[in-house]
Design a protein around this ligand. Sequence first.
Ligand SMILES: Cc1ncc(COP(=O)(O)O)c(C=O)c1O
Length: 417
Amino acid sequence: MNGFKYIGGELYSEDVKVAEIAKEVGTPFYLYSSGALFNNYHEFEGAFSELNPLVCYAYKANSNLALCKVLAGAGCGADVVSEGELRKALQVGVPPEKIVFNGNGKTLRELNLALEHDILMFNVDSDEEMVSLNSTAAELRKKARISLRVNPDIDPKTHSHIATGLKESKFGFEISSAIESYHIANELGNLEVAGIHIHIGSQITSLEPFMDALEKIAPLLTKLEETGIELKYLNVGGGLGITYREEPPLLLSDYRQAIASLVKATGLKIIFEPGRRLVGNAGILITQVLSLKETPHKKFVVVDVGMNDLIRPAFYDAYHEIKTVKDEAAADGIVADVVGPLCECGDFLAKDREIPRVRGGDLLAIFSAGAYGFSMSSNYNSRCRAAEVLVKGDIFQVVRERETYEDLIRGERFFEN
Ligand SMILES: Cc1ncc(COP(=O)(O)O)c(C=O)c1O
């Protein structure tokens, strides 16, 4: 299920007219299809079923509780990177034995909380973190299961901000030193060495980087076995790309075929941490045109969504398809920049884009906005963040209220003299 389609010139999400939602909720708002989410998860899980994988959705992509609940209800685990994400995963009912904790800077408070809940494992990022996790676990009289995040030094051929497995990146242990760190971990009484973790980047659309990474860690796996360190889990991270424009997404069946024999040969349980692949195309962002401005040099479609709502174009040079919610506006086309109302030249959603000649009040849909959309939004320019809406069949519900001025200033106070 795609989740979004045009019927008779009108954009629908599942069985609901998007324009109807806009009338009731106002703009801007993120709109998610629960059917698309559910399908994405089952497609993913089903594609790798012969490997009996544990799929841990990466909450950073979109941690709206309602959306996470759909995934948790389908049986999906959680990859979390903060106290907030851990609490959300627990709140929507993800069993602790399906939760992995990532990140290169976990606080003691986060380690404590995760240990108290006995999560499946921590993907540790440095020797120092191993030592502090060991002492935290000792204080709680617990054992912390760990994987070492290994940096395979692979170019995933994606945007530099999301290429995380290069040796210059801040993440993980270098392969050459990992064996030593595994042995240090093995000596720490309150750690249980359980696995190995790699995550080389995001929005990856070819198989090679994934395969290269697995090949690079293979000798380490052999060495670990030879030196008596027994692993149970092989966590291959997330990173699978989606279609934003016309790029063909990596076929899950190709990925499975490429890795199946390799993974089976290791005898390890495979863990995936997909984020974008599960939610990216299950969400769109609806905005209203404020004006069409024409200068002697350029045309600008000014909308009520800004870089504070969707930072991907400014931050990653990302392309998002933009279409009118009602097709009839499509008659006469222009080439324009679609820009937000913030005081930044980087505040754009599209550059030199062919778009129907819209007018103030027209609704636009920004596609493939379900991942790293709302979760990366901010209050920059003291703007209230957008509402979030979830559709299921012919029902829609606001699953996060649009922020108000009171939300905006919550916690702020005047300095008392
Ligand atoms: C460790 C880790 N796992 C999984 C993900 C999810 O990546 P994606 O959304 O590309 O699947 C990320 C994203 O940054 C990550 O850092």
